[in-house]
Design a protein around this ligand. Structure first.
Ligand SMILES: Nc1ncnc2c1ncn2[C@@H]1O[C@H](COP(=O)(O)OP(=O)(O)OP(=O)(O)O)[C@@H](O)[C@H]1O
Ligand SMILES: [Mg+2]
Length: 430
């Protein structure tokens, strides 16, 4: 770049020198210092050029070439007494720079003289190279200076991370926030992102820890029961005792399996939705009748009238279909289990005034006394006198899934005195 800037500069200086020479020559003709042929000294001065060669040509419109030392290529001559014209020219494959002007011959006003001079480009290139060589040491110093400043800046800049690095190295298993007073503002967005990640991780770890504690606690009792009944059967192998023990074992394993499944479902539902959230538009008016339909057989078996009331299209919410299935399955489970034979269970979907959608399950069974509604959804809470077989986790799962969907759960008494659970989903974002 420096070379081309220098060359450009050198070209300008040489062009202006060329013009000056041309003017001097023209002046000689104007002042009648010459009639055509140039004196020996003037020719020498015109031609002489230490690093190359100069050429000239004087033509008359009446008499043709009067004087010259080289047939370099030319352009059309400028009009008489106009400014000199500069152009690139050539002679025997060599590139030249030429200047040309015209004037009326002082001896004969009808005769137009055209004077052109040209020079080789060697000197121009030589000057540009000299400028380049002069600037190289300066530029080297300049670049080295900048490199050391950058190096210094980066090492110093990274040094501000040292306190944070030391603090993090001192940690063992904590997932608390790492943003603090010693965190430079430049990296605050980074540490805040890490904090948010830690917060999500903590919830997952918390859910897993709780799962392990709950599992250990909840499985201990039925396992002890299983052991008791097997021991009883082993010590008294009479057919009656055997059968009775087996029945107990059967019931206990069923309940234990249910508890394990519900615990897993609750842990799954307690994990925060991750960044690749698989929420989609779900039409409850399609999903709900399908789930209800799948359980009609089971309800008939238990002598319960299970039905769906509501639209068959157009109740769209943003959600995860599998989670919603889990939620509804738990509500239907409860209604079927606690309402008792000959009950009527109605699952319905309806639009809310705020544009949201409500999913409702109600039965005409014994219900839950209103003072206990606030406790429904607590882990392992079971209403006093509830039919055995449940693990007390169903409504906690419902609560977690509703939470993930930003939905609200409202408990109320159904017309027949049974329980009505309404899950109210917010309207779709605009
Ligand atoms: N439809 C209902 N009618 C009467 N009581 C209910 C009804 N639904 C829930 N309950 C009461 O609420 C309690 C909590 O219900 P939840 O679904 O959380 O647990 P569960 O049914 O006991 O066990 P799980 O569903 O985990 O097997 C139940 O034990 C029951 O006492
Ligand atoms: Mg339940």
């Amino acid at each position: 770049m420096t070379y081309f800037v220098a060359l450009n500069y050198s070209n300008r200086v040489h062009d202006s020198g060329l013009e000056d020479d041309l003017h001097t020559l023209a002046q000689m003709f104007r002042l009648k210092r010459t009639s055509g042929e140039l004196p020996e000294e003037a020719r020498f001065l015109l031609e002489y050029e230490p690093n190359g060669h100069n050429y000239y040509a004087v033509r008359s419109s009446k008499h043709g070439l009067i004087s010259g030392n080289g047939a370099f290529t030319r352009r059309e001559a400028p009009p008489p007494d106009a400014q000199p014209r500069l152009y690139d020219s050539e002679l025997d494959g060599k590139r030249l720079r030429a200047a040309e002007l015209s004037l009326r011959s002082p001896a004969d006003a009808q005769d137009i003289l055209t004077i052109a001079i040209a020079e080789t480009l060697n000197d121009r290139r030589l000057r540009a190279r000299q400028i380049l060589l002069l600037t190289i040491p300066l530029q080297t110093i300049f670049i080295l200076g900048i490199l050391s400043l950058v190096w210094l800046g980066v090492t110093r800049g990274l040094r501000i991370l040292e306190p944070l690095t030391r603090r993090l190295a001192g940690r063992e298993h904590e997932l608390g926030p790492i943003s603090g007073a010693d965190v430079p503002v430049e990296i605050l967005p980074l540490t805040q992102t890490i904090d948010a990640l830690f917060a999500r991780l903590s919830t997952v770890l918390e859910a897993q820890k709780r799962f392990m504690a709950d599992a250990a606690h909840q499985l201990r009792t039925p396992l002890a029961g299983l052991r008791l009944h097997t021991e009883r059967a082993l010590s008294d192998p009479s057919p009656e005792t055997l059968r009775d023990a087996l029945e107990h074992i059967h019931k206990l394993t069923g309940r234990t399996t249910r508890t394990a499944m519900q615990l897993l479902a609750l842990t799954r539902a307690s994990n925060p939705p991750d960044a690749t959230d698989d929420s989609t538009h779900v039409d409850l008016a399609l999903l709900v009748p399908e789930i209800v339909g799948a359980r009609v057989q089971e309800a008939l078996h238990a002598d319960i009238d299970l039905g769906y009331a509501g639209p068959h299209a157009g109740a769209i919410i943003l959600g995860v279909a599998d989670s919603l299935r889990e939620l509804l399955d738990n509500l239907i489970d409860n209604a079927l289990r606690y309402a008792g034979a000959q009950a009527r269970v109605t699952v319905s979907v309806r639009h809310l005034a705020d544009g949201g959608v409500a999913l409702q399950v109600e039965d005409d069974g014994p219900g839950v006394p209103p003072e206990l509604w606030s406790r429904l959804g607590e882990r392992f809470f079971r209403a006093p006198g509830a039919r055995e077989g449940g693990s007390g986790l169903g409504l906690a799962i419902v609560g977690q899934i509703a939470n993930q969907h930003h939905a609200r759960i409202v408990y109320s008494s159904a017309a027949g005195g049974g329980l009505r659970v309404s899950v109210q989903f917010p309207p779709l974002p605009a």
